[in-house]
Design a protein around this ligand. Structure first.
Ligand code: UD1
Ligand code: CA
Length: 463
């Protein structure tokens, strides 16, 4: 046999996942913001395989479509689900003789690359099985070891006698074997067993019979190798992953009010002394600079916050970035395309969309700032609305440096407010306002001297 030179990963993903009771194929179920299969592929990538083959079956077109952009994946259809051995055999025609084949399951999403590295280390030129000791091994294939402790076989539960069923070391489903030999073993698999399937696990006894060494590498953490078959298991995996992510953030120096009440559905990087209060949800790519303080019940999705920024309770920020020392919220909503410079303040019930606010700009209360460029230290008064949409198109508003927009102003875009301009409260501004002057656009206040409030007529009839 040729020595092993490269790695080919085969991910088994042909299962229908009936127990999920979902129209979505099982491997497309979401876990912490990514599909189960995404997690498995991400872990496999860390090993830098020469190729990754995904065996798909029932409902598989949706799976292929979901990963359409990943040109490096090799798709292998298993038209009939005849067992795990049959599934791997479908991928073998595309795998060179001198590769090591690593079989992963699309529904075991919490596996760590370091665990797989340990397995490959143990496998060497032979065969490797990732096992785990479970308090309750029900349903799993048991690892049978000989008197010297070497792996002799894997026996599926339904084919096991009472003594074998008592074994608590089980097969996680992750198996590595040299392609050349594996091809031969797979071609000789039978399906004369309790499930009438071609079991991948039967190659273990074949390897032992041929004198090929079989390493049984135990995974330390049972959570990591848990398969997902039900909604309950999916929820358990979500909380296991939540604990893992929280632990990693604590390691990086973050302060968490309650690690169990932080949801991360994406990738987060934190600086030093970042504080996250209870019930914070982080999605997509989130970058938090040194000393950032996030209040309770805040949702951040694809945001980058500069050092020292404070986000107060109940704010929702997405697709935005800000410089250092900004103050956002409580109840701020910042929508995609927004860029805030340093020391910007966005207060309660203020919505900002696709706008740039320069250093020191403020919108403290009850405003809508959309498609707007706001200059340095400009102040947007309470209840100001940029009327950016004419029913057909969006238009920009430009507010110059140091401008002061009074309360309750409507800025009808496209419109420009000059630097240092002051806009009187309650104005509807539809023409450009010159710099450094007061512009007002509101009806003059009048008082009718002889006006009398009507009194109720006594006609006897009710109106
Ligand atoms: C399998 C192992 C068992 C192990 C358990 C760990 C075999 C025979 N048994 O059992 O030793 O303890 O996993 O979870 O391998 N699949 C296909 N095509 C098929 C059959 C399965 O792609 O024809 C995929 C499934 O989608 C799944 C994986 O292979 O991702 C495992 O299949 P499953 O039927 O769940 O195997 P188990 O009976 O649980
Ligand atoms: Ca099965």
């Amino acid at each position: 046999m040729n020595p092993v030179t490269s790695l080919s990963v085969v991910v088994l993903a042909a299962g229908a996942g009936k127990r999920m009771r979902s129209p979505l194929p099982k491997v497309l179920q979401p876990l912490a913001g990514r599909t189960l299969l995404d997690h498995v592929l991400h872990c496999a990538e860390a090993l830098r395989p020469a190729a990754t083959h995904v065996v798909y079956g029932h409902g598989g077109e949706a799976v292929r479509r979901h990963f359409a952009e990943r040109a490096e994946l090799r798709w292998v259809e298993q038209a009939q689900r005849l067992g795990t051995g049959h599934a791997v055999a479908q991928a073998m025609p595309g795998i060179p003789e001198d590769h090591l084949v690593l079989v992963l399951c699309g529904d075991v999403p919490l596996l760590r690359a370091a665990t797989l590295e340990a397995l490959l280390q143990g496998t060497g030129e032979g065969v490797g099985v990732l096992s785990v000791e479970l308090p309750d091994p029900t349903g799993y294939g048991r690892i049978v070891r000989d008197s010297s402790g070497a792996v002799a076989a894997i026996v599926e539960e339904r084919d096991a006698d009472a003594a074998t069923r008592a074994v608590r070391e089980v097969n996680t489903g992750v198996i590595a074997a040299p392609a050349g030999r594996l091809r031969g073993w797979l071609s000789r698999l039978g399906n004369d067993n309790a499930q009438g399937e071609y079991y991948l696990t039967d190659i273990i006894a074949m390897a032992v019979a041929e004198g090929v060494s079989v390493a049984g590498v135990r995974a330390a953490d049972a959570d990591e190798v848990a398969g997902i078959n039900t909604r309950a298991q999916l929820a358990a995996a979500e909380s296991a992953l939540r604990r893992r992510i929280a632990a990693a953030l604590l390691d990086q120096g973050a302060i968490l009010a309650d690690p169990a009440r932080l949801d991360v559905r994406g990738e987060v990087t934190v600086g030093q002394d970042v504080f996250l209060d209870a019930n914070v949800t982080l999605e997509g790519r989130v970058e938090l600079g040194d000393g950032v303080h996030i209040g309770p019940n805040v949702v951040l999705r694809d945001v980058c916050l500069g050092a020292g920024t404070v986000v107060h309770a109940f704010s929702l920020l997405e697709g935005m970035r800000c410089g250092t020392d900004c103050q956002l919220g409580p109840y701020a909503r910042v929508r995609p395309g927004s860029e805030l410079a340093e020391r910007v303040k966005i207060g309660n019930f203020v919505e900002v969309k696709n706008s740039r606010l320069a250093e020191g700009a403020k919108a403290n209360h009850l405003s809508y700032v959309g498609d707007t460029d706001v200059g340095r230290d400009a102040n947007i008064g309470a209840g100001t609305i940029t009327c950016n949409y004419d029913g057909a198109n969006k238009h920009r508003t430009v507010i110059g440096d140091g401008a002061f927009i009074g309360s309750g102003v409507e800025l009808v875009a496209p419109v420009e407010i000059g630097p240092g301009a002051t806009i009187g409260a309650g104005s509807t501004i539809s023409k450009n306002a010159p710099p450094h002057q007061l512009t007002l656009a509101r009806a003059r206040q009048t008082t009718l001297r002889h006006w009398q409030r009507p009194t109720k007529q006594r006609s006897g009839e009710d109106h």
